[in-house]
Design a protein around this ligand. Structure first.
Ligand code: PLP
Length: 400
């Protein structure tokens, strides 16, 4: 067996199952889950149609690099979305089967397993980063998200001796679970560190199209261009249709950035078997080429967040995030720990939320997820409102 497998932690939902084991949720109330970050808005009909129209493609093996048409559609989307020149579709763009597998696979590509490298991860974080680091023979190094910095990470706190061992740094912007978006100054700092120490930056941007303010989140390619880093050296971004277009089951995303990295990534993927099914490629072209459904989707999330967040605010410390579809609420005012809050809310009100401590690790003396819960506002507004009302009732009983 690969000894690194033993280092993998149980996934947060496995921990949640254990937390809820033996609990009978209130049978008078229908279950509502704000636990899993799975989009629930309907898949647009034109995407399903494009998939159905191209089922004939199942008769051929796809190329790992994807079709030229798909790479061109992705490159055009990047140019439109970020206001930058289109990346070279032949060398700077690669389709992937959802960003999850690509976030994992990149670590296997860029890390020398003999080098005892470190992989810098935000904390809390998307769990794949940690597993990817371990299975590549590296060790994660966590930088805590700081509520006082709008949940940003203080990279200046990382010692030079650590940076010297870093092979890869994962950024999640907009962040899961915090919703925080990196600004240009944060990117300037990270690019300078990457240049000094030679590590690769993997920028996970799968929530980029769901935002609540007037300006779309800054992307890493956009930041690189604004800072004159036109070759995207050591930078690779990950994007996805799952959340943007409500197709989490289609498994479609892309990576874009440094051509030198993408070349090696393509080589890795050729052996790993990372090619995208031809009908999915066609449906992806349709999805990346349309913005109307994305605007509609965003409007739905905005209305939902605008209705639900103020209901919770008298009871929990929670803000409208910059972006993403999570509320990252501090529950310490209730006097309960995050796990106790989640367990009792489930037992008494049949609402599932994810304890924040399950999404983070103890680092530098604290678990920065402790005392918080993540609520995924993925269902339709009415169900989200019902969940919020039950949470308010729960908080009222606690404070009575
Ligand atoms: C931060 C983050 N990155 C990546 C993913 C993976 O998304 P997908 O593989 O569907 O593109 C998710 C999914 O929940 C996520 O939350």
């Amino acid at each position: 067996m690969n000894p690194h497998l033993a280092k993998l932690q149980p996934y947060p939902f496995e921990k949640l199952r254990q937390l809820f084991a033996g609990v009978t949720p209130n049978p008078a109330l229908k279950p509502i889950s704000l636990g899993i970050g799975e989009p629930k808005h309907p898949t647009p009909a034109f995407i399903k149609q494009a998939l159905a129209d191209h089922l004939g493609g199942l008769a051929a093996y796809p190329a790992t690099a994807g079709s030229e048409a798909l790479r061109a559609a992705i490159a055009s989307w990047i140019a439109r979305r970020y206001g930058i020149p289109a990346p070279d579709a032949a060398t700077q763009v690669l389709p992937v089967n959802g960003s999850r597998e690509a976030l994992f696979a990149l670590a296997q590509t860029v890390i020398d397993p003999a080098a005892q490298s470190l992989v810098v991860c935000p904390n809390p974080f998307y769990q794949i980063y940690e597993g990817a680091a371990y299975l590549a023979g590296a060790t994660p190094y966590f930088v805590n998200s700081d509520p006082a910095r709008n949940f940003g990470c203080d990279y200046a706190s990382v010692p030079d001796a650590v940076w010297q061992r870093v092979a890869l740094l994962y950024v999640c912007s907009p962040g899961n679970p915090t919703g925080a978006v990196l600004d240009l100054d944060a990117w300037r700092e990270l690019f300078a560190l990457s240049e000094r120490h030679g590590f690769v930056i993997a920028s996970d941007e799968c929530y980029s199209e769901i935002y609540h303010g007037d300006t779309a989140p800054l992307g890493a390619l956009q930041a690189a261009r604004q800072l004159g880093r036109d070759d995207y050296a050591r930078l690779i971004v990950f994007s996805s249709l799952s959340k943007r277009s409500n197709v989490p089951g289609m498994r479609s995303g892309f990576v874009a950035g440094d051509a030198r990295l993408i070349k090696q990534f393509l080589l890795y993927r050729t052996y790993h078997g990372g090619a995208m099914a031809p009908p999915v490629q066609q449906a992806s072209i349709a999805a990346w080429s349309d913005e109307a459904h994305v605007e509609e989707n965003r409007a739905q999330y905005r209305a939902k967040f605008a209705a639900i967040t103020p209901l919770l605010q008298p009871w929990l410390d929670v803000q409208l995030p910059d972006a993403g579809f999570y509320l990252w609420a501090d529950v310490s005012r209730t006097g309960l720990s995050d796990t106790e809050f989640a367990r009792r809310l489930y037992a008494d009100y049949n609402v599932t939320v994810l304890p924040g401590s399950y999404l983070a690790r103890e680092a530098h003396g604290i678990n920065p997820g402790a005392g918080r819960v993540r609520m995924a506002l993925v269902a339709e507004t009415a169900e989200g409102l019902e969940a919020a009302q039950r949470i308010v009732q729960f908080c009222q009983t606690l404070s009575a």
